[in-house]
Design a protein around this ligand. Structure first.
Ligand code: PGA
Ligand code: ZN
Length: 404
């Protein structure tokens, strides 16, 4: 039985306050979870509210429904208590930030009681054998860095890596190699919110540099490394057109542009190529670039909906109906609880959509998503390439793999 739920404000990677939750149980279980935070958030996401308000409201409304009321191991019970306490569909009352922190802390307390790793509690006895391929953000801009690329993320994708550890190190090597190429070209670059290089260059130069770096590192390590993108199309879309600085593209031009990039660079993954409400556009793009796979057989390239689906089963079902994409980004804080997150993954897998578990641009040391990816056999995890709040997850994957 949950005996205590504590909430406090802690720092996230951008230096903003976020919600941390601790759950204790009567048999000595303890779990701690912290909410991440997005910058290029989708308009249909569950709502993050100011931290102090989220904590006050959760203490007042949610904690009394948890302490002495539910078992930490009854994740559905914990999460429906959170939903009941909130009373809205988007967690705008207690905040998705409080909800997700408590939901994750409860899962960890339950794993602690059982004396098993979190991925095993979440996934059962037979999980922990299939590991996700990490997508590593190596160059980026958009909402994550000022005066950098228009496309938000260029992601190294070490699809041929024999192990998670090899993949993690390959991504870090691509990141380092890009730093060297930028230096050789005399281009100064800081890092964006997710640790990617954020040079002030055209997207076309970024493609050139990333292609060169992944090619060189693939030769070095001896396995296939592709790359992919998070276009974050909703952030570019304004008044019916996609804006790249002074240049604009109509939706048809945007779709053709992305199809051309997939062909030219053999992209293995493209997230949010179009606006967050353009289900038909996602379907047309998938038909255009991967007619042989279709939505029901997740193949290459993955056309992934992040802001399109926001980890929401209703939106995913609408996408399945429309044939929109063949992959869904999974972010627990977009929907607010682990139960809802699992439901989204289940609907995705049943319908041939590849789930890609993801961090947010604002992160903490919390490693829940590493366990979530292993527990659900997710084929990919997107959690950066370098930087402590990113390596917290990557190193946890290395540990899980080493101990499995
Ligand atoms: P966010 O960006 O966490 O700032 O929303 C990540 C993404 O768009 O995938
Ligand atoms: Zn995204």
């Amino acid at each position: 039985l949950v005996t205590e739920v504590r909430l406090r404000r802690v720092l996230d990677s951008r230096g903003n306050p976020t919600v941390e939750a601790e759950v204790r149980t009567e048999d000595g279980g303890f779990g701690r979870g912290a909410a991440p935070s997005g910058a290029s958030t989708g308009e249909h996401e569950a709502v993050e509210i100011p931290v102090d308000e989220a904590i006050t409201k959760a203490r007042e409304l949610a904690v009394p429904r948890l302490e002495g009321q539910v078992y930490a191991g009854d994740q559905r019970g914990v999460d429906s208590a959170l939903r009941g306490a909130d009373g809205t569909s988007d967690f705008s009352e207690i905040g998705a930030n409080s909800a997700v922190a408590i939901s994750m802390a409860a899962a960890k307390a339950a794993a602690d009681v059982l004396g098993v790793p979190l991925y095993q509690h979440l996934g059962g006895a037979f999980r922990g054998r299939n590991f996700p391929i990490p997508l590593g953000n190596v160059i980026g801009g958009g909402e994550h860095a000022a005066d950098a690329t228009h496309i938000q993320e260029f992601l190294a994708a070490p699809v041929g890596a024999p192990s998670v550890a090899d993949a993690v190190f390959a991504n870090a090597t691509v990141h380092r190699r890009i730093g060297e190429i930028l230096a050789d070209r005399g281009i100064a670059a800081a890092k964006g919110d997710e640790g990617a290089w954020a040079p002030s260059i055209d997207d076309s130069e970024a493609f050139e540099i990333v292609a060169e770096a992944v090619g060189a590192v693939a030769d070095e390590v001896g396995f296939e490394i592709g790359f992919g993108l998070d276009v974050a199309g909703a952030e570019l879309y304004e008044d019916g057109v996609y804006r790249y600085g002074d240049e604009t593209k109509t939706p048809d031009e945007q779709r053709e542009y992305i199809a051309g990039l997939i062909e030219e660079y053999g992209l293995v993954y493209v997230e949010d190529p179009l606006d967050e409400n353009d289900f038909e556009g996602f379907a047309e793009l998938l038909d255009r670039v991967a007619p042989e796979t279709g939505a029901r057989k997740a193949g290459r390239p993955l056309i992934c909906g992040d802001d399109l689906f926001v980890t929401n089963t209703d939106r995913l079902e609408r996408g399945i109906e429309a044939g929109a994409g063949n992959s869904i980004l999974i972010k627990p804080n977009q929907i607010g609880t682990l139960s809802d997150t699992f439901d989204a993954i289940e609907v995705a897998v049943e319908n041939g959509y590849a789930p890609v578990v993801s961090h947010r641009s604002g992160e903490t040391e919390d490693t829940t998503i590493a366990h979530l990816a292993v527990a659900t056999d997710a084929p990919f995890i997107k959690t950066g390439a370098v930087g402590g709040e990113r390596t917290a997850k990557l190193n946890e994957l290395i540990r899980i793999e080493a101990n499995a």
